[in-house]
Design a protein around this ligand. Structure first.
Ligand code: GLU
Length: 552
């Protein structure tokens, strides 16, 4: 067989050579040890939490080594293309602070010397490399029809090795004449790799996350170009990651099974293979077992979920690092106020079996992040969120931004800030009693506080409350009225002799708290009282008094 003739026949329009591209995309000039990674989404328009997670891992891998992180759009499957998908994905990344150094940086907009970064614009490049493989006798056209392939697939049901190999690779050795004849009669062809693998052969590689992996060598004559001349993922990623000088391919572990194919492709193409880091999928606990976080079953699988719920990006990033590196939480304990970027991310510390997604844990992490934010930041971020997702809260804020900030500042900006807010969508409920529009009275009491005690407390308190009090004066006033309502200002004293009192200062406060807020647990009652203002305070005290009088 004259391979050169065959290559010229199959790729008559391809003039540029691999040498041309090797020169056009030279080795990057980066410092020793710098890693080049990429995010390579198919433009489906849906950003799965798992994608964001693996993107973050890829990004960190580059950033912690002063390397390069780029975005390449894998849009060779036109059936799966969705309008506006790239924008959705890039926006998803930018929310979490992932800004590509290079590649597709906006829909239709590219940056960098290693493009084009849309695979659909790289057809000629793939074909130049495919042509070279044909010239070297390492690839061949295959004319098998979909029906024939289906038949083979069905017949292989009980075989351990599937696909086109050995006796199934019927068109491996067609003569040039035969090929010419088929092509001129309009038969469609795909280009297959002539796999140099053997059944006894082994493929070894050192996965950055999983360590040494040994698998059978690939023997399949996999398709590298489809009948429309578009490459398969296997072939495209090999050519792209080589020419874009990717050093580390971070991707989902569903690709492990194909890695022997990929390594073989790198070998026949004469490329140095990248290092692979295969990330296990994010798991969820269900009925005592584990399953993958699912786009269909779990709303939190969509990255948009976090924005809708109003989790600050800082929280999600922080949470992703707890999932990514087992030592992150220890680091955080020691470096409480350090920026996330300072964390020495390490691929080797990633879970092999799949990190477990836990919404409660995210809430915890997020509460810790939010409690450290100054009130102004909480106000600004939650206002941005509210404008999009909660117009009622935005309207409340707009009535008086200063007051809203002061409300958010209660028990904040101190050594032990409260951790009530995990996400912005918690705020409407959290602040509801601070606004007459959203206040829902509730007169249920706890502890020793009874309606009878409440009547006494409120009758007294409505006449003594003074909004000009300092915090100490205010508390003294409450303590001061204890005796007159049959309580003690001293909790210890109450505990020693409970029969002697109707309750203690805590119970007196509960009555006031419930009257003013409808709740038994709130942040600092003094600040709440001051921010409610005289009119609201006296109205609410009166309403509560009325209620308890009727319900003694
Ligand atoms: N386009 C592939 C995917 O979305 C990319 C895999 C890779 O990162 O190489 O699964």
């Amino acid at each position: 067989m004259d391979n050169l003739k065959l290559a010229a026949l199959l790729f008559s329009e391809i003039e540029k050579t691999p040498e041309y591209y090797e020169e056009a995309y030279p080795q990057r000039k980066l410092k020793e040890g710098a890693r080049v990674t990429r995010f390579a989404p198919s433009p489906t328009g849906f950003l799965h939490f798992g994608n964001l997670f693996s993107c973050l891992v890829s990004y960190k891998t580059a950033k912690t080594t002063d390397g390069v992180f780029f975005v390449r759009v894998e849009d060779t499957d036109s059936k799966r293309k969705v309008e506006g998908a790239i924008e959705v994905m890039l926006k998803g990344l930018s929310v979490y602070g992932i800004a590509p150094d290079e590649g597709v940086i906006a829909e239709g907009k590219e940056k960098g010397e290693y493009g084009p970064y849309y695979q659909s614009a790289r057809k000629e490049i793939y074909q130049a490399y495919a042509k070279r493989l044909v010239e070297q006798g390492l690839a061949y056209p295959c004319f098998m029809t979909p029906e024939e392939l289906d038949e083979i697939r069905a017949s292989q049901e009980n075989e351990s090795i599937k696909g086109i190999w050995g006796k199934y690779a019927k068109h491996r050795d067609l003569s040039l004449e035969e090929i010419e004849k088929r092509i001129s009669s309009g038969e469609l062809w795909t280009l297959r790799l002539k796999s140099p693998g053997s059944l006894e052969g082994k493929c070894f590689f050192d996965d950055m996350i999983r360590g040494k992996i040994e698998m059978p060598e690939n023997v399949q004559d996999v398709v590298i170009l489809k009948s429309d001349g578009i490459p398969t993922y296997h072939f495209a990623h090999a050519v792209d990651d080589h020419l874009m000088r990717t050093t580390h391919v971070v991707r989902g572990d569903e690709w492990i099974a194909s890695t022997p194919i990929h390594l073989q492709l790198f070998r026949v193409l004469g490329f140095k293979p990248p290092k692979y880091a295969h990330i296990a999928p994010i798991m969820k606990e269900e009925n005592g077992g584990k399953r993958k976080l699912s786009k269909r079953k779990d709303p939190e699988a969509a990255v948009t979920y976090y924005a809708e719920q109003g989790y600050p990006s800082e929280s999600v990033n922080e949470y992703m690092l707890t999932l990514a590196n087992s030592n992150f939480e220890d680091w955080r304990r020691v470096n409480q106020n350090e920026a996330l970027e300072k964390f020495p991310f390490n691929l080797k510390k990633m879970s092999v079996s799949g990190a477990l997604f836990d919404l409660a844990k995210l809430e915890d992490v997020s509460k810790n992040v939010i409690c450290k934010m100054p009130a102004k930041k909480v106000y600004e971020l939650s206002y941005e969120w509210a404008k999009e997702y909660c117009p009622e809260l935005a309207a409340l804020y707009e009535k008086d931004a200063e007051r809203a900030t002061a409300i958010l500042n209660i028990d904040r900006e101190n050594k032990k800030p409260r951790k009530d807010i995990a996400k912005w969508s918690d705020i409407p409920d959290y602040v509801s009693y601070m606004y007459d529009e959203s206040f829902v009275p509730c007169f249920e009491l706890t502890g020793n506080a009874t309606p009878a005690l409440a009547v006494k407390v409120l009758e007294k308190y409505r006449n003594t409350v003074n909004l000009n009090d300092t915090k100490d004066e205010w508390f003294e006033r409450i303590k001061g009225m204890c005796e007159s309502v049959g309580c003690t200002p001293n909790v210890k004293e109450y505990k020693q002799n409970p029969e002697a009192f109707e309750g203690h200062v805590g119970d007196v406060s509960t009555v006031i708290r419930v009257a003013l807020t409808g709740r038994t647990n709130t942040p600092d009652l003094y600040s709440i009282t001051a921010l409610l203002g005289e009119k609201t305070v006296s109205e609410r005290l009166d309403k509560a008094l009325e209620y308890y009088k009727e319900n003694v």
